[in-house]
Design a protein around this ligand. Sequence first.
Ligand SMILES: [Zn+2]
Length: 422
Amino acid sequence: MIRRGVAVSARVLVPALIALGVVACVAPEAEGPVGTVITGARAYDGFGQPLTPAVVHVVGDRIVAVGADVDAPEGAIRIDLGDVTLLPGLIDAHVHITNSFSGEPDRDAATGIVGASTAETLLMSGFTTVRSLGSRNFEDVALRDAIAAGTVPGPRLVVSSQGLTDGLAAAADGDRVGEGEAPATEEEIRAFVRRRVEGRVDWLKIFASRSSRAGGTPTYSLQQLEWAIDEANKADIPTSVHAHAAEAARRAIEAGARTVEHGALVDDSVLDLMVERGTYFMPNLYLSEYYLENGDRFGYTEEQLGWTARLLPPRTEVFTRAAQKGVAIVFSTDANSGWVWSGDTAIEFDRRVAAGQSTRDAIASATSRAAKALLLADLGNLYGGYVADIIAVEGDPLQDINALRKAVFVMKNGTIYRRPEG
Ligand SMILES: [Zn+2]
């Protein structure tokens, strides 16, 4: 069993309980003027660099000092986690938190419940922030707000809700004809983006290519992408573009996309363009393997799975070349709930390191670089002034990246959600 801390802020809860006469005194976690000092055997910052000694001082929802700078006053709560590695909370920049493969009830309420359950699983496995790219009817917006209000436990969410698509909702395994609208004219595209803005999304998501199985060819023209991104920019909303092959990805980058998703079939010229423009790359390797192992659970045909298998080697080669060229690769899984339920999305790290990413860069890609890509300025690192999102994992991820799959302690916004068992 996972032992969880109180998800409600102790700053609010404790005085209220004392006022009610329910408790005489409760030791708040990471609250109060002196705060909490967390110690491990090792600590890495958001660049994968060691912090020595491995100690972090938290007051309220902020880190106040780390390493040799920690000078905690008497009375601070001390948590010695023993032989663990302290790290900034992990960030997954591409999930679908409300997706469900189970029975496809597809009612908004049902997808909201799937999202809430998935959110808790993700948080407990060490992910304190995730970007969710796609939800049918703004369920992701509602979930983001519920988590922020402390109503349900979960990672901090940044969300796009429904993506802009020309009608072919390009899934990983093959095109599916989407329901509803398929904006094409300037007026339709700008109106679609404005409705996302009115729905209070954090990101615009555009499907700019067909599926990898269909060759990843472009759906929207450069001009159409520019209309959409321009409209999002007016509201200060960054844009994420799904693009599998070279031409669609090139149009996305030239139109001003901040992040390019998948890119399974892009060529060297596109990777070079990403470096030149500072575009963040959000590939995903493990999901294909998962589909191959569990295809029958999700109703995929032999033909679909055959494509998934054939596309895995080129997908991996693109990743290897991107790592060699110094593309700004960010940790992103494209996890859907059928997989996320297991709480092991961090297996993606293993495949990336096997494909040539260094363990240090893998840590940075899921912490400081991910925070930068998502424009979250005070997240993704262990320094004074940063938000207190801190995890501890068993083992040393610099030696074996699979340590990131073994979270034993999770703090988000200064509140402890998970502690080691026993
Ligand atoms: Zn996706």
